[in-house]
Every structure is written in structure tokens, then in C-alpha cells.
Design a protein around this ligand. Structure first.
Ligand code: ZN
Ligand code: FE
Ligand code: FE
Ligand code: ZN
Length: 272
């Protein structure tokens, strides 16, 4: 759906065809972004690993130089700023490879995600965030990972913070609060931001990640804010940003963050 008035915000969550489930290259996303009034674009494709974690969802390590070339091409040719980013999974043991890898390359922004409870588990109920018989146990395990993600100090922005809702897993508000607040405290202590990820608007939750209540709890803790479409095709860039801006304001945010070289800077939200 086309949005009548362009919303002037950056899109800090986009993919490309190196991850094997997205289309096109960063320059195409950046050109589409500029045409839609998006102010800057971060390429944040799924980060490579050296241990086989999630290999079917990401570029191979040997392909990372191609990614760097594509981002540099977009930086040289696009009419808006293009940032070098990555979406890196947190999982126990990821620090061994990730800490050195992130330090070796000139990233502007690093998204941290939890897509699996235990990627290597044989039992499907312990592996993914799919609908679980015990939703409370799933959310507690998920947010324990988010807390550990924050504690590594390796990431700037927590991506799609309540991703388990994509698969149902409905939970009473009090139970969600109990599971989420310790993780939010650890995100705040790490100086991190959360993103409003608009991809949920076109998937089963039919709502942004995270929910208004989680976002308001993040705001109370002075956790920063970014925006991301999680586009896997250029025509998705900036999608749903009018709704995202409303959500940010409803949660009490008046500022968002831009990043350069992994340093955040605050900017006023449009209309604030
Ligand atoms: Zn993806
Ligand atoms: Fe993700
Ligand atoms: Fe993503
Ligand atoms: Zn994502």
C-alpha cells in the first residue's frame, strides 16, 4: 500500500540476495529508499558465521567481501547515505567468532537477533520460536537469550524484539512483563536501542515488532529507537513507516537514533 505523505526516517533493516532468501543488491534498496523519502539506509544482511549456524539463511563467510563491495557501490552511487550494517544472531557461543569479526570491519550499525531457541536441538519444540505448547516457557527462554545478547556488548540494536508473536504464542500481559523486563533492563544497561520493525504488518501478527506495551517499557528505560522495514525486496523499503511513527509517539518517544561507526546520535522524530 502506498503511503500518501512520505515519512522522513531512516530504514535500518534491509537484506539482499546474498542471504539466499531475498532479492537484489543494496544499491537497488537505496535508490528505492531515496524515491520514497527514506532519509538513509542501512544494509543489514544476515551476518556470516564460521560454525554452520543458520547457514541456509545467510551469506557464506567467503562471500562477505562481495557484500562489502556492494555496500561500497551503494555508498558511491545512491543519493542518500548508506550504512554498512549486519543482522547478527545471538546464540550461546557466538561471541568467539563474532567479537573478532565485528572488530575487523568498519560497521556503522549491528542488529542483534534471536531467531532460534537452540538451532542445533533435535527436538523441534526446543529449536525454533514456532507455536509452543507452553507459551510462557518459550517467552522466558527467548527473553533470557535477549538478555544474554545485551550482556555481550556486541550489538547496537535489538531487532524484532517480540518475534515469537509471529507464530502465535499468546501470553497474558502480566506474564509477558515478567519475562521481558529483566531483558529490557539489560538492553538499557548495554546502551542499546530497539527497532520498530514493520515487517510484522504484512505477516501473521499484522502489527509491528515490538508491541506498544513493550515499546513503552523500553521508553521508560531510555532505550534508544531505530526504524526498520526488514525488506527482503527493494519495494518493501520504508513500508509501514507512518504506522511506525505513530507507534513510537504513542509509546512516548520523541527522538530516534542514527548511527555512524557504531556511535549513536539522537534526532527528533518528525513532528516532535
Ligand atoms: Zn532474512
Ligand atoms: Fe531477523
Ligand atoms: Fe532481517
Ligand atoms: Zn530480521
Amino acid at each position: 500500500m502506498a503511503e500518501s505523505t512520505p515519512v522522513r526516517l531512516p530504514d535500518y533493516h534491509t537484506h539482499n540476495r546474498l542471504c539466499q532468501h531475498a532479492e537484489s543488491v543494496p544499491l537497488d534498496y537505496a535508490r528505492e529508499a531515496a524515491a520514497r523519502g527514506v532519509t538513509e539506509l542501512a544494509a543489514t544482511d544476515h551476518c556470516p558465521t564460521d560454525d554452520g549456524f543458520g547457514r541456509e539463511h545467510r551469506m557464506r563467510l567467503e562471500e562477505f567481501p562481495t557484500y562489502l563491495d556492494w555496500v561500497r557501490e551503494a555508498q558511491a552511487m545512491a543519493p542518500i547515505p548508506v550504512l554498512l550494517g549486519v543482522e547478527a544472531d545471538y546464540y550461546p557461543g557466538c561471541e568467539r567468532f563474532l567479537s573478532g569479526f565485528l572488530a575487523r570491519h568498519p560497521f556503522d550499525v549491528v542488529l542483534g537477533s534471536v531467531h532460534f531457541l537452540d538451532y542445533w536441538a533435535r527436538d523441534p519444540a526446543r529449536r525454533t520460536l514456532a507455536h509452543a505448547p507452553d507459551a510462557g516457557a518459550l517467552w522466558r527462554a527467548y527473553f533470557a537469550h535477549i538478555g544474554s545478547l545485551a550482556d555481550t556488548g556486541l550489538y547496537d540494536v535489538a531487532a524484532h524484539l517480540d518475534l515469537p508473536k509471529r507464530f502465535g504464542n499468546a501470553l497474558a500481559a502480566a506474564e509477558l512483563r515478567e519475562a521481558a523486563l529483566p531483558a529490557l533492563d539489560r538492553l538499557a544497561a548495554a546502551g542499546m536501542a530497539v527497532e520498530i520493525n514493520t515487517s510484522g504488518l504484512r505477516h501473521s501478527p499484522l502489527a509491528c515488532y515490538p508491541s506498544l506495551e513493550l515499546l513503552a517499557w523500553a521508553r521508560e528505560r531510555d532505550i534508544g529507537l531505530t526504524f526498520g522495514s526488514d525488506a527482503h525486496a527493494p519495494e518493501r523499503v520504508g513500508e509501514g513507516f507512518a504506522a511506525a511513527l505513530e507507534l513510537a509517539k504513542a509509546a512516548g518517544y520523541r527522538e530516534y537514533r542514527v548511527y555512524r561507526g557504531r556511535r549513536p546520535e539522537a534526532r527528533p522524530l518528525p513532528g516532535c
